[in-house]
Design a protein around this ligand. Structure first.
Ligand code: PMV
Length: 365
């Protein structure tokens, strides 16, 4: 697929107004995306677990209007008007207008809410952009579908284009559509992978990874210290960037075997190394940042200690912030949760953490 293949044929239906609701999950990368080219094209492929509990639900209501040169929309978070969300959505609309030429023909009301606590340090951009892209695709589907004829949109095209659009809102959002493991970015060993959209991981996955658990420890609930736009830009001209992009490709190659064989020791090593490499890239960029907090390191050390003394396969991963995702297999859930409560919760802000599990993707409500 090429970008131009996402430009639709002229619409055949007139639709005056309506509304759609979608719920989309957040995701946590195992092999990280960090660094991009123009048009949100990733410098390296990435793969993520889809989360089941951290979700954004978005209702998009639309009413036909006299088209002018502007986008017309309002945004609400938990019923409260959020004008500060508008610039990001305006940018998103501008980027996707060529692929959704109806955008200036309607007034939109975007009502959104998250299942995870507001300002928890958990980024809502992936789940949020995914849910909005899906609502927009539901409108496009109405505009092209004539009931009783063969003019309908294929489910696979619907999801693929939603992922393509979500990517233009926030790169990692294209991994928040469908599937428990999602790959984004062209990789020679992964059939169907693309820089333009995420795909369901197409190969065998060992039972060890079924219902994999993720407990998110909220170490720092403040605003992100570095926006991901700034972070990605720091990879331009970064002295270690090219090696890092190669390493991510190699790690994804290795992960294909690990996922097939269910080798949890190798999984732990690869996932933790990816997390620390992401942070190492930020520490070695110019300007440089340390996004971990003292409690992030306390937690990492406690996890290593617990693993050593118990033989557990628990491990951690990190996003571009101080919170820690604690990953572990389902058969260790009771014990690891006990360990988390006894030893790790003390390092969380207000003792807050979120228990999640690998989920299957977005839902139409
Ligand atoms: O989607 P963005 O532009 O917010 O970038 C997210 C990057 C990381 O979360 C740090 C890694 C990843 O692959 O999700």
């Amino acid at each position: 697929m090429l970008e131009k293949d996402f430009i639709p044929k002229p619409y055949t239906n007139l639709v005056e107004n309506g509304s759609f609701i979608w719920s989309s999950p957040s995701n946590i990368a195992l092999v990280k995306y960090w660094g991009k080219k123009a048009q949100q094209i990733p410098e390296n492929p990435s793969i993520s677990f889809t989360l089941d509990n951290c979700k954004t639900t978005t209702k998009l209501s639309f009413t036909k209007r006299e088209s002018d040169n502007n986008f017309s929309f309002e945004v609400f978070l938990d019923d409260e008007k959020k004008d500060d969300f508008k610039p990001k959505i305006e940018t998103f609309f501008r980027r996707i207008e060529v692929y959704l030429p109806f955008l200036k023909d309607y007034h939109f009301k975007i009502e959104t809410s998250n299942t995870f606590p507001h300002s928890s340090g958990i980024a809502s951009s992936a789940s949020g952009m995914s849910a909005l892209a899906l609502c927009l695709m539901s409108i496009e589907k109405e505009l092209i579908s004539s009931y009783g004829t063969s003019n309908t949109m294929e489910e696979s095209h619907f999801i693929q284009k939603a992922s393509f659009l979500a990517r233009l809102g926030s790169g990692s959002a294209c991994r928040s559509l469908e599937g428990d493991l999602v790959v984004w970015g062209k990789h020679d060993d992964i059939k169907g992978s693309s820089d333009l959209f995420g795909i369901k991981y197409p190969y065998e996955v060992h039972a060890n990874f079924k219902n994999y658990q993720d407990t998110i420890l909220l170490v720092d609930k403040g605003e992100k210290q570095v926006s991901s736009t700034i972070g990605h830009n720091l990879m331009h001209g970064h002295p270690f960037a090219q090696e890092r992009f190669k390493q991510a490709n190699n790690n994804l190659t290795d992960l294909v075997d690990i996922l097939k064989d269910g080798d949890l020791n190798k999984f732990v090593a690869l996932v933790e190394s990816e997390a620390l490499t992401l942070h190492a890239m930020m520490m070695t960029s110019m300007p440089y940042f340390i996004l971990m907090k003292p409690n992030t390191l306390e937690i990492i050390n406690k996890i290593w200690g617990y693993r050593k003394r118990s033989g557990s396969k628990v491990c951690f991963t990190l996003d571009a912030g101080a919170n820690v995702h604690v990953l572990y297999p389902e058969n260790e859930a009771t014990k690891v949760l006990e360990f988390i409560k006894n030893e790790l919760v003390a390092y969380c802000q207000n003792g807050q953490y979120i228990c999640d599990i690998i989920g299957l993707g977005a839902n139409k409500l």
